[in-house]
Design a protein around this ligand. Structure first.
Ligand code: NAD
Length: 375
């Protein structure tokens, strides 16, 4: 069969669903790869690099007419119409929050797999695009903060005087938060972290951060995700955020609770208490925001000179890296879908991973899938 790699049309999107390196692996699974001309250019992958890797560079309609279409962002209405009958589309879709999109996809006799619905079980980690993108976004959040911050992150003793290290607070020590802690501490900053899951303390310490415990225990969901924190927890945590806001130079917030509005952690009063020149990156800006006053997609400067960054495209701001990791997650899925390595997709509904990501099968809606217990 053919695999189509199409250009991403979402404004500002620079990622692509396959790189020359991942094309080689897809070819090894027996597929013929058709890459839309220019699809990788914003991620620094020119057409010739795909040709050298064994792909054929084609026009838009030809790439969209492939048996399997690989994408990063959900397709537009027009793009859904370009899929061939019987085709399989693999993309980020956020089906839980986009019922209209699911309905629209199911008007076509196609099969649709949502990469953002990979269950969080150990076996599926190699396909977990949410984790690979969160890792990149956490790193990039630190780079964005460092770019705006008018001082070093690292402390120095120079002939021109002693410079103290910057102090960074990271709220939420999941995948993105840990990446941010690692990046900030490798730049030399003093890093502190908050998270209602006390078990992250060791991970935080192992990458150079200091875990700030909240002396109120917060309940955890059985699926390993954070549940909504208790009012007691929030009250005590709010005091710590207020203390920290007065002290630190940089705050990076990554706190999310699946299926809910992001928790509000940093208030306008906290922001107003920060030193001029401080920087906040609210990685939850698109989900309601952890920080009062953050604007999705924008960097705003407050009256007291604090920059609040609410960029929602942090992973796409590292397009070559993000495409490589996303593309590798897709290759790992294709390996699962191609048991004979013969270039033919076989979708196995007895496999919990394949079942969980299938949103539409042959034009029938199969979303939501049965729940999966996390191992
Ligand atoms: P996430 O993006 O859902 O949330 C980010 C972080 O925000 C989490 O650490 C959460 O505890 C934290 N948070 C929630 N409410 C908060 C609050 N009020 N204040 C501060 N922080 C708050 O999380 P994630 O990065 O996707 O990962 C969550 C966990 O799942 C991690 O332990 C991760 O290692 C695990 N995980 C496991 C697998 C797997 O086994 N396959 C894959 C991915 C992640």
């Amino acid at each position: 069969s053919t695999i189509g790699v199409v250009d991403e049309t979402h404004p500002g999107e620079a990622r692509v669903a396959a790189t020359p390196a991942t094309v080689t692996k897809i070819v090894a699974l027996g597929y013929r790869v058709l890459v839309q001309s220019g699809a990788g250019s914003r991620a620094s992958f020119p057409d010739e690099a795909y040709t050298d890797a064994g792909a054929q560079v084609v026009d838009r309609d030809t790439a969209w007419a492939a048996d399997v279409v690989l994408k990063v962002n959900a397709p537009s209405t027009e793009e859904i119409g370009l899929l061939a009958d019987g085709a399989t589309l693999v993309s980020l879709l956020n089906p839980g929050l986009n019922p209209d999109l699911v309905e629209q996809l199911a008007t076509r006799p196609v099969t649709v797999l949502a990469m953002d619905a990979v269950p969080r079980i150990s076996r599926a980690q190699s396909m977990d695009v949410l984790s690979s993108m969160a890792n990149i976004a956490g790193y990039r959040a630190v780079v964005e903060a460092a770019h705006v911050f008018g001082r070093f992150f690292t402390g120095q003793v120079t002939a021109a005087g002693k410079v103290p290290p910057a102090t960074v607070l990271v709220a939420g020590a999941g995948v993105a938060g840990l990446a941010a802690i690692g990046a900030a501490s490798s730049l030399g900053a003093v890093v502190r972290a908050m998270d209602p899951r006390p078990e992250v303390a060791d991970q935080v310490a192992s990458i150079g951060g200091e875990y700030l415990p909240v002396d109120v225990v917060s309940e955890m969901g059985s699926d390993g995700y954070a549940k909504e924190t208790s009012a007691d927890y929030d009250r005590r945590a709010a005091e710590i955020y207020s203390e920290q806001a007065r002290e630190v130079d940089i705050i990076i917030t990554t706190a999310l609770i699946p299926g809910r509005q992001a928790p509000r952690l940093v208030t306008a009063a906290d922001v107003a208490s920060m030193k001029p020149g401080s920087v906040i990156v609210d990685m939850a800006a698109a989900h309601g925001g952890n920080v009062e006053g953050s604007v999705p997609g924008e960097a705003v400067v407050t009256d007291n000179g604090v920059t609040i960054i609410g960029y929602t495209d942090l992973a796409s701001r590292l397009p070559a890296q993000a495409s490589q990791l996303y593309g590798t997650n897709l290759v790992n899925l294709l390996k699962l879908l191609t048991p004979e390595k013969d270039g033919h997709v076989v979708l196995d509904f007895d496999d919990v991973v394949q079942r969980s990501i299938t949103v539409v099968r042959d034009g029938e809606t199969t979303w939501p899938p049965p729940p999966v217990s996390v191992s």
